[in-house]
Write a protein that binds this ligand. Structure first.
Ligand code: MN
Ligand code: MN
Length: 470
């Protein structure tokens, strides 16, 4: 009898003292399940409409406008509950819902990025070889090049014509559109290529996209296929070869976001990193009515290449936006920053049992365990990390627990396995308390990445909790 009593007591002690994260499906309610599915429907639409950072901005504006958000102009009078946005050069966007408290009490900020690894066209992309026309590409962000061959591609972007007209180009997404492809070697002739390390088997200069093969009719000159492609581009978009120099055209994986698994518990798509967190922020911001603290979202561009450039998180565009808001209330930007909280909402690596050797089991994020919180990112001895303080981790943990959000602590793989960064350090540099959190992703940066619906939903719930923070 005494033994049994002890067992019960020990069990209670275990429950009290041990940290035991649970699979989300063990605790999720029917109501939450329904809400999760509904949320993920909206998210999949966001992915299908936002295949590039420019398309994300466009779609954000469409969604925000339908919910009463207005374009903000410097000097505009603002009151609590006002919903505004600023479009940063069609490549980034900042949105805010004005709080009841003045901005020197701080803002609650969600920062995500909507650029994703891809193949950009080189400034002089078009050439012909052996009567086949190709586009030369320059990859953007960290990709594993071998993954991008024999994958159907779409093309999206703009070309600025000689007269200054900005011409949009979008091919491959609409039903019936042609698509593009990069060819690979057949196994029959792959003996030498097979011996190369993965990182060298497909060199960058081999990532040439097949764009045509039909020669220009009734022509005896050279480059007849190239001419034929240019003739098509000219007739359709008014583009000449020189116009491609002032163009920004991205090749991205074709196809739409799809449910994965018999149980439909996962979603595969291009660009979860970091649209999955951007959408969580956006949906949470749309759920905000009159917050105490001003709720701010920024979707930055250029995160995948170091957050540089005018549309990146290091740009003064964000400071200008925040300073304008502060000025409209007669408060100092530095006071606002010092009292603000930022969730750098970015994805983390999900533990993959197929590659167990690069993960540290006790400190990895697992699919279906909720939003992954990262105290630090970086590489080696935390180099390049902003490393949130215990106080900031504690504040986030409390906000998540108080709002019933499932979360887990995560590191990106084994300490010596590699590393990565986010926009967190650039927010922290502004004297804003910042911490990373986001959805764990399988095959991050691949043409098709996979995430769990449960984690998407919990990241949305986490953003809602952030916007409620006092
Ligand atoms: Mn990211
Ligand atoms: Mn990334």
């Amino acid at each position: 009898m005494a033994e049994k009593k002890n067992a019960k007591k020990n069990e209670a002690l275990r429950e009290k003292l041990l940290y035991a994260p649970k699979n989300g499906y063990d605790t999720i309610s029917e109501k939450e399940l329904a809400e999760m599915e509904e949320y993920c429907k909206g998210y999949k639409l966001f992915l299908d409409n936002g295949k590039t950072e420019r398309m994300c901005v466009e779609y954000c504006i469409e969604l925000a406008t339908a919910r009463g958000f207005k374009p903000y102009e410097r000097g505009m009078k603002l009151k609590a509950g006002d919903k505004i946005y600023v479009n940063n050069r069609d490549k980034g966007i900042m949105l805010a819902v004005i709080g009841t408290q003045p901005l020197d009490k701080g803002a609650n900020i969600g920062a995500a990025h909507t650029d994703a690894p891809r193949l950009d066209l080189k400034p002089r992309p078009l050439y012909e070889d052996s009567e086949i026309a190709y586009f030369k590409t320059h990859h953007y962000g960290g990709i594993r090049k071998y993954q991008w061959v024999t994958v159907p591609l779409e093309l999206h972007g703009v070309a600025v014509l000689r007269d200054g007209t900005v011409q949009k180009i979008s091919v491959g997404r609409d039903e019936g559109d042609p698509q593009f492809i990069i060819n690979d070697l057949l196994p029959h002739l792959g003996r030498e290529q097979n011996k190369k390390p993965l990182g060298e088997a497909i060199p960058s200069e081999n990532l040439n996209v097949l764009v045509g093969s039909r020669p220009f009719a009734d022509d005896e000159g050279k480059d007849r296929v190239k001419l034929s492609v240019l003739d098509h581009l000219n007739k359709t978009y008014g583009i000449s070869e020189e116009d491609l120099i002032s163009a920004e055209i991205e090749m991205v994986p074709a196809g739409t976001a799809r449910d994965i698994g018999f149980d439909r518990s996962l979603i595969a798509a291009y660009g979860h990193d970091d649209r999955v967190c951007a959408y969580a922020e956006l949906a949470a911001l749309f759920a905000v009515e009159k917050p105490e603290k001003t709720a701010v979202c920024i979707f930055a561009d250029k995160e995948e290449i170091g957050s540089e450039g005018v549309s990146g998180m290091q740009s003064g565009a964000f400071d200008a936006f925040m300073e304008d808001l502060c000025e409209s209330q007669g408060v100092a930007l530095r006071a606002c920053y010092a009292n603000s909280f930022c969730l750098s909402a970015d994805v983390t690596a999900a533990y993959d049992p197929n590659f167990a050797e690069v993960y540290e089991k006790r400190n990895s994020a697992y699919i279906n365990y909720g939003v992954g919180v990262c105290k630090y990112t970086g590489a080696g001895g935390k180099s390049g990390a902003s490393d949130a303080s215990a106080e900031v981790v504690g504040k986030l943990r409390k906000a998540l627990n108080d709002n019933g959000v499932a979360w887990q602590m995560a590191e990106l793989g084994k300490t010596d396995a590699g590393g990565g960064g986010t926009v967190a350090m650039f927010m922290a540099k502004r004297n804003i308390d910042t911490i990373d959190a986001g959805v764990p992703v399988l095959s991050m940066h691949a043409p098709y990445e996979t995430v769990a619906k449960y984690d998407c939903y919990m990241t949305y719930r986490a953003m809602k909790a952030i916007f409620r923070m006092k």
